[in-house]
Design a protein around this ligand. Structure first.
Ligand SMILES: Nc1ncnc2c1ncn2[C@@H]1O[C@H](COP(=O)(O)OP(=O)(O)O)[C@@H](O)[C@H]1O
Ligand SMILES: [Mg+2]
Length: 317
């Protein structure tokens, strides 16, 4: 039995080499019990390597890694009975139905008493229970994969890029399922390269780039500590608005909703812009002030954009 540990996952100075390649470079982090912890980073950053070391599938080159107090090199069997895994690029038996698949995995995991119907409902696949795997859309396949990861009622669930390549609606439907998991109090280790996903789901986000964790905090904490500007959004029917802001020395940008986004460094700039608009007789339909999102934080910290177009992800937004 696992001894009582404060953290679900403890990683100290983990390094993983593949020959000359340093895939994970001396990283340390802890995952609290019951939290959703997201590893956010582009392809090749070392996300899967780290996850699979914690899952006991790969061996660390150096460092200490524990799951629920158990060491990943010494207590593999104890660990695997406490975890559920949705691997990156998950696939299952083409012609086997959702229900048959779940029944098979429950036997495989020696969990014949698993409440398969409840799991199928949890991932919103009740209407598809008799559908063959190959007939499911990408989002439904991923949801089946999540249900499989839950068959052994694991304490810690690993989801490696659960929404990569899905269209925005399918992605949102997977998020619904993940929010449900969160409510059940599962500890979730999530890897993703979607900002929005990390921002919505995670209690803690670790930004990983080239095998190094370069920042780690709550999504809001990351934004607060890295945002040195605000984004003012104005909506006006008057076309002069854009020109006026430009003449004031700011760099306005048109957004998707025919509004204007203006990056301002001082809160006082907001007052100046609004006063100038009033003086010029420009009526504003709406205004909004926001901190930048995680995407901007990522760019600032790494100097690189996240690769949104995942392999085979032609549907990716
Ligand atoms: N088994 C392996 N053998 C050799 N190189 C590997 C292996 N697995 C991953 N890599 C390399 O290690 C780096 C990190 O990969 P990975 O952990 O899959 O990153 P991510 O999941 O963030 O995309 C990449 O450069 C990848 O090509
Ligand atoms: Mg990966």
């Amino acid at each position: 039995m696992a001894k009582e540990a404060e953290y679900a996952i403890e990683v100290e100075n983990l390094t993983k080499r593949y020959g000359d390649l340093l895939a994970v470079n001396d990283i340390s982090f802890n995952v609290r019990k019951g939290e959703v912890f997201a590893f956010l980073g582009p392809n090749g950053a070392g996300k899967t390597t780290t996850a699979e070391i914690v899952e006991t599938i790969r061996r660390p080159t150096a460092g200490k890694v524990r799951l629920l107090g158990m060491d990943v090199t010494e207590e593999k069997r104890g660990i695997v009975s406490c975890i559920g895994v949705l691997p990156q690029g998950f696939g299952s038996f083409d012609r086997i139905t959702v229900r048959e698949t779940m029944q098979f995995y429950s036997r495989l995991f020696l969990r014949r008493n698993a409440d398969i119907d409840r799991l199928i409902e949890l991932v919103n696949l009740k209407d598809k229970a008799k559908e063959q795997y190959m007939k499911l859309s990408g989002g439904l396949k991923q949801r089946l994969g999540i249900a499989i990861a839950l068959v052994n009622d694991p304490e810690v669930v690993f989801l490696d890029e659960p929404t990569t390549g899905l269209d925005p609606r399918a992605r949102r439907e997977v998020w619904e399922v993940l929010l449900g998991l969160k409510k059940e109090g599962k500890t979730v280790f999530l890897t993703t390269h979607y900002m929005e996903e990390a921002e919505l789901l995670a209690d803690t986000v670790a930004i990983i780039s080239k095998g190094k964790i370069i920042a780690m905090d709550s999504p809001i904490g990351l934004i607060e500590s890295n945002a040195d500007y605000l984004v003012l959004t104005l909506q006006s029917v008057d076309e002069k608005a854009f020109e006026i802001v430009g003449k004031m020395g700011f760099e306005p940008e048109l957004n998707n909703h025919k509004g204007i986004n203006i990056k301002v460094e001082q809160p006082d700039d907001i007052r100046k812009i609004l006063n100038t608009m009033t003086d010029a007789g420009v009526a504003l339909l709406s205004m909004d002030v926001r901190k930048p999102n995680l995407e901007k934080v990522f760019l600032k910290l790494t100097g690189e954009a996240l690769d949104e177009g995942a392999p085979g992800g032609k549907e990716a937004q």
